[in-house]
Design a protein around this ligand. Structure first.
Ligand SMILES: N[C@@H](CCC(=O)N[C@@H](CS)C(=O)NCC(=O)O)C(=O)O
Length: 195
């Protein structure tokens, strides 16, 4: 049985959503980053973490890649051209979405007050608007990989949710429709049950 550490208010959503899509049983230990409950299992205080066979595994994209490979769903076989394309979408999302949102979060409420640079935020928002256009160009129909919903869509939809909360530039109508399609999945709705 898998145990997931964290809540769907943060990157943990990626892991819970993946497990719900896979239909695999799991337990969830709900806790905020840095809380005593989290540190008891993951001393860095970071979430998400997945506990498998006594091992504490971290980093959301590594975890969902592991789960999708292990359960042979939401991905493509390693070594296939489709896998390269899907992995490329994920790298793009980490570099051009997640990293901008994370730098904004660190400069808003995570870093100590004296280590926050307000001036960086307009630049991040400008870069984000450019990344939105690039994401739209990557869409191949209903999902990033065409008809097949994959873990790359989970990362994309999570980043679009995060951008909404962070008040980053609004996506185009096409991307809003895409995000709505992802959020309309039953597994997504089940995943949100902890909030
Ligand atoms: N690359 C990691 C980042 C993990 C991470 O930074 N998680 C945040 C919450 S989404 C956290 O635990 N922040 C608390 C901190 O940085 O101390 C992942 O994708 O899981």
């Amino acid at each position: 049985m898998y145990t997931v550490l964290g809540s769907t208010k943060n990157r943990t959503l990626r892991v819970i959503w993946t497990l719900e899509e896979l239909g695999v049983p799991y337990k969830q230990v709900v806790g905020n980053p840095g809380s005593a409950e989290v540190k008891a299992l993951n001393p860095t205080g970071k979430v998400p973490a997945l506990i498998v066979e006594g091992e504490v595994l971290t980093d959301s994209v590594a975890i969902i890649t592991f789960l999708s490979d292990r359960h042979n769903s939401l991905t493509f076989p390693a070594g296939s051209v489709e896998r390269l394309r899907m992995d490329g979408h994920i790298h793009f999302l980490l570099e051009e979405f997640d990293s901008l949102l994370w730098v904004a979060a660190k400069n808003s409420f995570i870093n100590p007050v004296e280590q926050r640079a307000e001036a960086v935020k307009p630049v991040l928002k400008w870069e984000f608007a450019r990344s939105l256009q690039r994401l739209e160009e990557r869409l191949q129909g209903d999902y990033l990989m065409g008809d097949t919903f994959t873990i790359s869509d989970i990362v994309a939809a999570h980043c679009l949710n995060w951008a909404l909360i962070a008040k980053f530039p609004e996506p185009s109508e096409a991307l809003k429709t895409y995000a709505k399609r992802c959020r309309g999945r039953e597994a997504y709705k089940r995943a949100l049950a902890d909030t």
